[in-house]
Design a protein. Structure first.
Length: 264
């Protein structure tokens, strides 16, 4: 294994940076290429066939170009739909991202869990299976909140977040049967932890937020255990579509050790 071979983190937008932040805590020296499919954002409104074809095709070309040692699909929607296909295409380890229902089920005291994701994620059989396997006997209330993706993208660009978008999530969850007893909130999109402060203000201190970033980072570290890394230079941030789509991200990228956005 070439010591300079990077980890490839892939997401539709900037949500995967929450996974990157967790990864840095366990693998601080690993070179990373972050790939944001801004030309395809948002994924949540697309069909399963569109997402599967796009993600598998892009990751196949990116793996050929960048020669990563491991790829991580840092996107719940893409993972629940395309993970198997991508693993068939690539000859390297591929780590996916799935809703953190298992840890949420272990944490809840009331037995009622709210799950917030994209339209595509919350309708997947994969999520049904996670609920059956890990939250049997619990109440799992799912809602789609596509507007949170845009809010998270805006926040990372230092633009204001519309409070009504955050309030709508709480209103819709609490309107569901048993919604007033939610004590655990699964953030089933890697974008959503970027809005942790806003969600905490809306739901209050008694509702815990759960996401999968730390678990994903631990899984990557486990798969790469024993591998060595070359001294790290500047990490790379690549985007699909016009570079103008990454405008406003410069401070957030620089703070994480990335160079200027590059076109894929």
């Amino acid at each position: 294994m070439d010591k300079s071979s990077p980890i490839l983190l892939f997401d539709s937008g900037v949500g995967g940076l929450t996974v990157y932040d967790a990864l840095r805590k366990v693998l601080p020296d690993a070179p990373v290429i972050y790939a944001a499919d801004l030309a395809g954002l948002p994924y949540g409104t697309k069909t399963e066939a569109q997402i599967a074809a796009r993600v598998a095709g892009l990751l196949g070309r990116m793996a050929e170009r960048y020669q990563p040692r491991l790829a991580c699909i840092a996107c719940n929607t893409a993972s629940t739909i395309a993970l198997g296909m991508v693993r068939d295409v690539l000859e390297i380890p591929v780590v996916g991202t799935v809703p953190a229902i298992k840890p949420a089920a272990a944490l809840t005291q009331t037995g009622t869990i709210g799950l917030v994701g994209t339209e595509a994620t919350i309708r997947q059989r994969y999520v049904d299976d996670l609920e059956r396997d890990f939250a049997s006997g619990k109440r799992l209330l799912r809602i789609a909140a596509p507007a949170l993706v845009g809010a998270a993208e805006a926040k990372l660009r230092r633009r204001p977040v519309d409070p009504a978008v955050i309030a709508d999530v709480r209103t819709r969850l609490e309107a569901m049967p048993g919604g007033e007893t939610i004590d655990t909130l699964v953030l089933a999109c890697t974008h959503f932890p970027l809005l942790a402060e806003e969600l905490a203000a809306a739901f209050g201190p008694d509702v815990r937020q759960v996401d999968g970033a730390a678990g994903i980072a631990r899984r990557i570290a486990h798969l790469l255990d024993g591998q060595s890394f070359a001294p790290q230079g500047t990490n790379r941030f690549v985007v699909t579509g016009p570079l103008a789509g990454a405008a406003g991200l410069e401070p957030a990228l620089a703070a994480r050790g990335f160079g200027p956005a590059e076109a894929f």
